[in-house]
Write a protein that binds this ligand. Structure first.
Ligand code: SAH
Ligand code: SF4
Ligand code: F3S
Length: 435
């Protein structure tokens, strides 16, 4: 049967979509391969959140064309496909199919048509496809199951392309989410569930809110860990934090993207909260969950950002002391409202230097936090053998720290939670010993 290779960029939602496509193609007799030479079909599952991500597709398609001429079938799925649609087929004539984020259930049809020499394009909004439990996602070799609870976004932050690529918010039925969780636990033997949504706190289905979903999922038998991504600070509330506190298997790990520490910039970004609103929520979390792990996203170089705005961001980073941080230079995206702002763009050299100041400060904070973990014991969910040293295992703490440790009976441990004592640390990971 024809062999396919799938390459995934972007966020967890894209990873999850790739798992669905792999499952569907395998069910229909196709074989997955990691080998470029072996693959007859390339599926590029793409991200368009920043310009760089889009460039990657063009260069990847170019490389494949140069190496293999017209011998390989190449198709694009995901956010760039949704955003650019037909234009993408016109810009890259060698592409055989383009499938939007809400059309991925059509992957087998797209590939079959391509094998017969026809092109295929579908970027329609097949919302109803989200309302059935996804039992076909490829979960082999995984210790964590992604389950989406809400897809799309209606927030329209002025810099962000996601509402255009993932469509309007659609909450999946409550019972479907639970069925999917049960399937992952009972049939696939996975004990960690990560609930996904562009904004999980907007979940609203027949009167049920996100806190209800989190509670119900955590109370399913044999669910040992539950995580979730991403919370929008404007909707993040105490009720949710109380559910986290009341359930031992819900990781006290909260990703709360702030984007900027400056009220002026937050307003221009359309984030709908102020610096103080955000900081009060962080205080509330730390009061209810004294042992929690916090992370955030920040953008530097948004149009009009001056030194004082940047200092406001740095002050938040220095005072909150996040456990992990994702930071980006602002990247102008087609169709977004920020393109119409009258403010002066921040020169690239200034944005780059702000990014490196921010990242350097975070590295120090993170290293200090990791140093404080030495000699303490943490539960770790064992994920795999370490890539660099196959004698070692790699796992994750509740706070998402990557931990490497050595162990006999290694294979048996994968997928289970073990206690480890931290022995040494770097900014990026921890080394430990089984206790
Ligand atoms: N729904 C999530 C964000 C999803 S996008 C939320 O609201 O927090 C992931 C991150 O990419 C964002 O948090 C933001 O920091 C970054 N991002 C999004 N658009 C961007 C852009 N145009 N330029 C730079 N970074 C961007
Ligand atoms: Fe983008 Fe804002 Fe929606 Fe997050 S909440 S996906 S940043 S528009
Ligand atoms: Fe990228 Fe789409 Fe996710 S734009 S960040 S893959 S929702």
């Amino acid at each position: 049967m024809p062999r396919f290779k799938i390459e995934t960029w972007g966020c967890q939602m894209n990873e999850y979509d790739s798992q669905k496509m792999v499952g569907l193609l395998k069910k229909n007799g196709f074989t997955q391969t990691e080998s470029e030479e072996d693959a007859e079909i390339f599926i590029l599952n793409t991200c368009s959140v920043r310009e760089k991500a889009v460039h990657k597709i063009h260069s990847r398609v170019g490389v494949l064309k140069k190496r293999y001429g017209n011998r390989k079938i190449v198709g694009v799925c995901g956010c760039v496909a949704s955003h650019e649609g037909r234009e993408l087929l016109e810009k890259i004539p060698s592409l055989k199919f383009v499938l939007g984020t809400r059309s991925i259930h059509l992957i087998t049809e797209a590939v079959n048509r391509a094998l017969n020499g026809a092109k295929f394009l579908d970027t329609n909004d097949h919302t109803n496809e989200m309302d059935a439990p996804i039992t076909f996602a490829e979960r082999v070799g995984q210790t964590k199951a992604y389950v989406s609870i809400i897809e799309g976004c209606d927030n329209f932050c002025t810099y962000c392309v996601v509402p255009f690529t993932r469509g309007h918010e659609h909450s999946r039925p409550f019972s479907v989410i639970l069925d999917e969780v049960r399937n992952a636990v009972e049939t696939k033997g996975i004990h960690e569930i990560e609930l996904l949504g562009q904004n999980v706190n907007s979940y609203n289905y027949e009167g049920k809110c996100f806190a209800d979903v989190l509670q119900a999922v955590s109370e399913q038998p044999d669910v040992q860990r539950v995580r979730f991504l991403t919370s929008h600070p404007k909707d993040f509330n105490e009720n949710l934090v109380r559910v986290i506190a009341a359930h031992d298997n819900v990781c006290p790990t909260i990703h709360l993207p702030m984007q900027s520490g400056s009220d002026r910039i937050l307003k221009k970004m359309g984030r709908q909260y102020s610096r103080i609103d955000y900081l009060r929520k962080i205080e509330m979390v730390r009061e209810i969950l004294p042992e929690c792990w916090l992370s955030s996203d920040f953008i530097v170089g948004f149009p009009g950002e001056d030194e004082k705005d940047f200092m406001d961001t740095m002050n938040v980073i220095q005072s909150v002391k996040y456990d992990n941080l994702f930071s980006f230079k602002y990247s102008p995206r087609p169709r977004t409202a920020a393109l119409k702002l009258k403010d002066d763009p921040v020169p690239d050299s200034i944005a780059s230097s702000r990014l490196s100041i921010l990242q350097h400060a975070q590295e120090q904070i993170q290293l200090n936090k990791h140093l404080q973990m030495i000699n303490h014991v943490y539960p770790v969910l064992v994920e795999s053998f370490s890539k660099k040293n196959p004698k070692r295992l790699t796992g994750r703490t509740e706070g998402n720290h990557v931990v490497h440790f050595e162990a006999g009976r290694a294979e048996q441990l994968i997928g289970s939670i073990v206690d480890v004592r931290i022995e040494s640390v770097t900014m990026a990971s921890l080394k430990a010993r089984l206790v």
